[in-house]
Design a protein around this ligand. Structure first.
Ligand code: TXA
Ligand code: MG
Length: 316
């Protein structure tokens, strides 16, 4: 398998996950990991998520793992959840940005799982990790197809690096990140796994403040060139009576009509659909050279909170 061989030999691999595409390197190879930062233009103090094959390898990377974190791993892995725990010696400074914690995730994507299995077998280390941030340039929209990842990174990858096309991502927004370093879990970045689902699965109450720094969750992030404006169905309808403008795009659930003259970028039927198509719609806005995107967020339950979070960052 080409991606596993490339990683084994210290090269980079663009890899599918169920959330967004990642740009991966062996998590035990400082020079390979350094190339991730160079390719993305990512500041060195922004730590990376380490992807492992199975929940049983969490203690290899993190210690101590509180019992609620073990419960969350059991409930949601493989899946779109990342756990931040105190790090072990396996997690080098070159991954954690010098922090004393490590972010760990087990992806459900069969492509990434296959790569991890092959890599583990080739090097004889079942707990091997692949460090992978989203496969976009720093501050840009995360890619949800292999083509979008290439659009982001083709200029900066080497001929020896590998891309594994695993089809469009099913979730479409990045994993939920949970700080598991305190007595109660705290959500650092919302995703498809909601705070309510976390409380039910681990039978704990959510904590509200966290000492953990999450440098990547800047107020302005995931931003296309077009200006993103969060709007209500009523404001959207009023817009049509003011002017029709073919340089303005619309993202809204399918039951919300497109005002005459505006460009419909997507019409997802459910909140899950909305999350799945959001980043492709923002890319489409730039491809069409639109100047503005009017986005009506979906209801805030389920993945809706994560969609609103990303729209808010795109709008900042
Ligand atoms: O769904 C995802 O999580 C995707 C796929 C590829 O797995 N990955 C992803 O990685 O979104 P990235 O690097 O784009 O975002 C990871 C976020 C960053 O905001 C980073 O600061 C934060 O996780 N992070 C990583 N390690 C951390 C740590 N030890 N403590 C706090 N935040 C951490
Ligand atoms: Mg990212």
């Amino acid at each position: 398998m080409a991606a596993a061989v490339a990683l084994r030999d210290g090269r980079l691999a663009v890899l599918p996950t169920e959330t967004v595409y990642g740009l991966g390197a062996r998590a035990d190879m400082p020079r390979a990991v350094a190339r991730i930062y160079a390719a993305k233009g990512r500041p060195a103090d922004h730590p990376l998520i380490v992807h492992v094959a199975h929940a049983s390898y969490l203690p290899e990377w993190g210690h101590p793992v509180p019992s609620y974190a073990t419960a969350l791993a059991r409930a949601f892995w493989p899946g779109p959840l990342t756990l931040v725990v105190p790090r072990t010696a396996r997690a080098g400074d070159f991954i954690t940005g010098g922090q004393d914690t490590i972010a760990v995730r087990v992806s459900s994507h069969p492509g990434l799982q296959g790569v991890l299995r092959h890599l583990a077998a080739m090097i004889g280390d079942p707990a091997v990790g692949i460090a992978a941030p989203s496969a976009n340039r720093f501050g840009q929209v995360s890619p949800t197809t292999a083509g979008h990842a290439l659009d982001e990174l083709a200029d900066v990858l080497d001929p020896d690096d590998v891309l594994l096309d695993g089809g469009p991502c099913e979730v479409g927004v990045e994993s939920t990140i949970v700080d598991c370093t305190g007595t109660a879990p705290v959500v650092l970045r919302p995703g498809q796994v909601t705070a309510g689902a976390i409380e039910r699965a681990a039978n704990v109450r959510m904590g509200h403040s966290s000492p953990v720094r999450t440098p990547g969750t800047l107020p302005s992030h995931y931003a296309p060139s077009a200006r993103v404006i969060i709007t209500s169905p009523q404001e959207l309808a009023d817009r049509a009576t003011l002017r029709t403008d073919a340089s303005v795009g619309v993202i809204a659930l399918a039951d919300i009509a497109t005002p005459p003259g505006l460009v419909r970028l997507s019409e997802p039927v459910t909140s899950d659909d909305y999350a799945r198509v959001l980043y492709a719609a923002l890319r489409e806005a730039d491809a069409l050279r639109l100047t503005e995107v009017l986005a009506v967020p979906p209801p805030r339950d389920g993945v809706g909170a994560a969609v609103l979070d990303r729209l808010t960052r795109a709008a900042t």
